[in-house]
Ligand binder design. Structure first.
Ligand code: PEP
Length: 253
């Protein structure tokens, strides 16, 4: 059975002490309130806090993920972080192709494909983001956009490799805007994505793939979003910066 996943993307937020306090508070709450057996929590802090979060995660209440990785193996790429480095720190997950990386750092589907390859070579599971911008939604192009992103970013993988991929559908118009996709909009496109995976890799692989929703997900709307058959959890930005909100989202399954 595929996992329900709630992944927190802290982005470029929190000073070290604040980050420590947040993860400590999440831990304390998880000790008091057990998540569902099939629910996996992943915390994706900025790079400098990975080790601190990993130390907390040793108690196995949650897993840790990076927010980005370089698409080269190693070498003269000042300021960058490789998949090999993440693997050497036992980081099991990494977000790839977030819309902010695509918009501000020129990442393309080809970049995403190379990053995914790097991660899989180093036994790290990619959380691959896709989703349309507002103009594309208004022009009814969301299915074409998502199809291109998934095909060009992921469909070079073998079925065996693809089994390690998590997908996050994040309509860009819903990210950080307070505007959430309706449960119907989310279900419709998640089902479409699962259909694409089934066409390429077969139904068994598609049925095992966790597809997360991202975009202004909060405790008040998580339940109705996660109640959809093809919505397997959320990639959470703003609400993952508050321990109570994040835990309440994880309890919404
Ligand atoms: C995100 O950036 O991945 C995200 C979903 O952000 P927010 O929850 O703040 O909309």
């Amino acid at each position: 059975m595929r996992k329900n996943i709630v992944a927190g993307n802290w982005k470029m937020n929190k000073k070290f002490d604040e980050a420590d306090e947040l993860v400590d508070s999440i831990m304390t709450k998880l000790e008091e309130t057990k998540l569902g057996d099939n629910t996996l929590m992943i915390i994706c802090p900025p790079f400098p806090y990975l080790e601190m979060c990993s130390d907390y995660s040793n108690d196995s209440y949650f897993e840790v993920g990076a927010q980005n990785v370089n698409d080269n193996e190693k070498g003269a790429y000042t300021g960058e972080v490789s998949a090999e480095m993440l693997e050497s720190m036992d980081i099991p997950y990494c977000i790839v192709g977030h819309s902010e990386r695509r918009a501000y750092y020129g990442e393309t589907d080809a970049t995403v494909a190379r990053k995914v390859d790097q991660l899989l070579q180093h036994d790290i599971k990619p959380i691959v983001c896709c989703g349309e911008v507002l103009e594309e939604r208004e022009a009814g192009k969301q299915f074409d956009v998502v199809k291109r992103q998934i095909t060009d970013g992921l469909f070079h993988l073998s079925a065996e490799q693809f089994a390690n991929v998590i997908i996050a559908y994040e309509p860009v118009w819903a990210i950080g805007t307070g505007k959430t996709a309706t449960p119907q909009q989310a279900q419709e496109i998640h089902a479409y994505i699962r259909g694409l995976i089934a066409e390429k890799y077969g139904k068994a692989v598609a049925d095992e793939t966790s597809i997360l929703y991202g975009g202004s997900c909060k405790p008040s709307n998580a339940k109705e979003l996660f109640a959809n058959p093809d919505v397997d959890g959320g990639l959470i930005g703003g609400a993952s910066l508050q321990a109570d909100d994040f835990i309440n989202i994880a309890l919404a399954f």
